[in-house]
Design a protein around this ligand. Structure first.
Ligand SMILES: Nc1nc2c(ncn2[C@@H]2O[C@H](COP(=O)(O)OP(=O)(O)OP(=O)(O)O)[C@@H](O)[C@H]2O)c(=O)[nH]1
Ligand SMILES: [Mg+2]
Length: 349
């Protein structure tokens, strides 16, 4: 069965194409998320050795997605929610204009593509900064939710303490992926009790508290949680902690063997199909209560969908292989970025 044939069952094939193209292009999408002001943007700056690459600040700051990747710093692509794109000559001012929240931000910008010539992460990585959660800007949260569904790895940041709203957010992330690395930011803060910088034992105590919060909430083994501290300010000069985060990202990327990537993509495609089955089932319920609707046609659609799905499952590996092969000229938009065209149209903004 060809991917396009799934359209007959109302399945959004854009997303499937995107997943297959990502597999083919060996691209790793790493999404940095967490509550507003947790330190997401500053963490990325620290990892990329630049104090002011991304705007950061004490008030809600990042209003759009910012995708950073290895590339020549020639231009910045601005993507709009309706799929339009604009290109600007690369400059700090352009990043500042779009990636810092102010009252007059254009409302319809979804993301920026920012190349970095000096990129200290593995070459296949595209690291994405996101607007913070737990704010009054619900549209920002929608953008963040959307990009989390595309992530291979989530870096979940929190400022020293994990609160109940963090737990809620992490619950939602876990519905999409189990690949989460927790990063406790502000490990270089001043301890208000002592007036001195946090000592190693202060940091260990905070890490232990966060670990037990996560274990209690998700009923998991403490050893299964990957949790590391960072002080993004001191980290700009003392690379001990940032290097640990970079090693962790590199290890993740290296662990993504072809087979594992295939399994992950297969799971994502399966989820897309299962979601559509659930949607069809819901429609059937609505149809039942409405009584007057064409039940036979709807039932037939569901039955035939199940049949097709079973067949697809049997030959899933073949489907993936042949589809990847057929994608020798994939729609460039999906290969380039998770934020383009079809995918954007379906953003529930
Ligand atoms: N000393 C220190 N300051 C930090 C650290 N992380 C963030 N900050 C500061 O905390 C403030 C918020 O950091 P941001 O990186 O803007 O936070 P954010 O999570 O990107 O915030 P939003 O974009 O609003 O969601 C800024 O003033 C940063 O300089 C850290 O690890 N150590
Ligand atoms: Mg930010």
């Amino acid at each position: 069965m060809k991917v396009e044939e799934l359209q007959r069952f109302g399945i959004e094939t854009d997303e499937i194409h995107y997943q297959l193209a990502k597999l083919k292009n060996h691209k790793s999408i790493i999404v940095v998320t967490g509550e507003f002001s947790a330190g997401k943007s500053y963490l990325i700056n620290c990892l990329l050795h630049s104090r002011d690459l991304l705007p950061s600040g004490n008030q809600e700051c990042t209003p759009v997605l910012v995708e950073l990747f290895k590339g020549e710093e020639r231009e910045i692509v601005i993507k709009y929610v309706d799929g339009r794109e604009a290109r600007e000559k690369y400059s700090k001012e352009i990043i500042e204009k779009y990636a810092r929240y102010h009252r007059n931000n254009p409302q319809d910008v979804l993301s920026l593509d920012v190349p970095c010539s000096d990129f200290s992460l593995p070459e296949s990585v595209h690291i994405i900064d996101t607007p913070g959660t737990n704010t009054i800007h619900k549209e920002h949260e929608k953008i963040t939710e959307y990009i989390i569904s595309k992530a291979d790895l989530i870096i979940y940041t929190f400022n020293k303490v994990i609160g109940s709203s963090d737990i809620e957010h992490i619950k939602n992330i876990k519905k999409q992926t189990g690949n989460i690395v927790y990063v406790m930011t502000h490990a270089d803060d001043i301890n208000s009790k002592t007036g001195e910088r946090f000592t190693q034992s202060d940091i260990d105590r905070l890490l232990n508290e966060a670990r037990s919060q996560l274990c209690n909430a998700f009923d998991c083994n403490p050893d299964d949680i990957i949790l590391m501290p960072i002080g993004s300010d001191i980290g700009l000069s003392d690379r001990t902690l940032p290097d640990q985060v970079i090693s962790c990202i590199s290890e993740f990327v290296n662990s993504q063997s072809e087979e594992r990537r295939r399994v992950a993509v297969k799971k994502k495609i399966q989820n897309i199909i299962d979601d559509q089955i659930s949607a069809l089932k819901r429609k059937r319920e609505v149809a039942k209560t409405a009584a007057s609707m064409d039940m036979d046609a709807l039932n037939e659609k569901i039955e035939s969908f199940y049949r097709e799905k079973e067949n697809a499952e049997k030959s899933h590996t073949m489907l993936l292989q042949s589809t990847i092969h057929n994608l020798s000229t994939p729609p460039v938009s999906y290969a380039d970025s998770p934020l383009k065209e079809g995918a954007i149209f379906r953003l529930p903004l």
